[in-house]
Write a protein that binds this ligand. Sequence first.
Ligand code: NAD
Ligand code: WQD
Length: 339
Amino acid sequence: MRVLLIGGAGYIGSHVAIAMVEAGHDVVVVDDLSNSNAVAIARVRQITGRDVPLVIMDARNDDAVLAALAEEPPIDAIVLLAGLKSVAESVADPLRYYDVNIGAAISTLKVAAALSIRNVVFSSSATVYGSPADLPVNESSPTSLDLANPYGKTKRIIEEILADAAAADPTMKITILRYFNPVGAHTSALIGEDPQSAPTNLMPIVARAAAGTLPFVRVFGADYATPDGTGLRDYIDVNDLARGHVDAIIHAREGYEIFNLGTGIPVSVLEMISEFERAADRSIERRVEARRPGDVAVSVADPSKAEARWGWRAEKSIAESCRSYWAWQTANPAGYTSA
Ligand code: NAD
Ligand code: WQD
């Protein structure tokens, strides 16, 4: 298949590009590089030995995207990864989040319609489950628009828009992937997460504390009802996550379907720090602080639907993710600008 990755130069998209090419698919990337670097796609080409065209363009401009794709061979499937993803930033600047995330989704559907592309996969998030009543969370667990942050609401709203699009055209195959907490880097140490602003996610913060660019890790709450008192999350290696996208396009069925992509294994903040200490072979200072507003105690996937339907399951351990992240960061201390 020929697959269009919208937002494909980013952290997850660059790994999806590699997984797609390794599975025998052709890839074309549209990205405005607002939170990524063209070096990522150059490295995808280096790793795969294949041409991966990069169209630098705002995904909201569907006319321009269609004009750019007019030169390309026909596209069979689209993965929509483009969007803004900072929870805190979305609280401060909600309109920008609604504009970019929902705008990119609507434009993607227009591009799909204009090119008769029936297979669309969307990068959603476990954040749509809010504060789940039952754990682990399966795909029929209730979701909420009553989320604490506009970022999460954009994911929920886009899911609704895609469900409406699927209902209006029964030949559409729409797959929603709800990612849990993506971590790690490509094992080549050539591709990884390169946040353009200060990271807020745990692994990049722990990695920076290990490197000495942050003085310590702030542990947001050690008084949760969890075994060590810190928050539990389902950290999914980005390479496993990327493979899930290949399965999603291959096995897509007509209609609208949701899949959790997670490991099913809870890992605490303190366990993550310990694993990273082993990976980096050094101690990492941590200080317990108050809970971060909006955090849930536990978020863990029931990933059994993806296994039952696609034979997909996460394979990499948190230790492997810590090692690949550390190798990427050590080889690229300033991210892609080190190149
Ligand atoms: P990322 O920021 O690295 O990648 C997003 C890409 O989209 C970037 O390359 C960015 O330049 C591009 N982009 C943004 N706005 C665009 C626009 N208007 N037009 C074209 N390109 C645009 O983020 P990521 O971690 O790779 O996340 C990819 C997707 O997965 C996002 O939709 C994100 O919300 C979702 N997601 C991420 C996580 C996570 O923790 N990383 C968890 C759940 C869901
Ligand atoms: C993980 C755990 C924190 C930083 C977020 C988004 C979610 C999704 C993934 C996009 C929690 C603790 C963190 C720190 C800490 N993104 N922590 N000190 O909050 O589960 O999910 O990223 O869709 O939508 O909400 O991930 O990595 O921020 O936090 O103690 O400096 O680490 O309290 O328990 P989260 P996270």
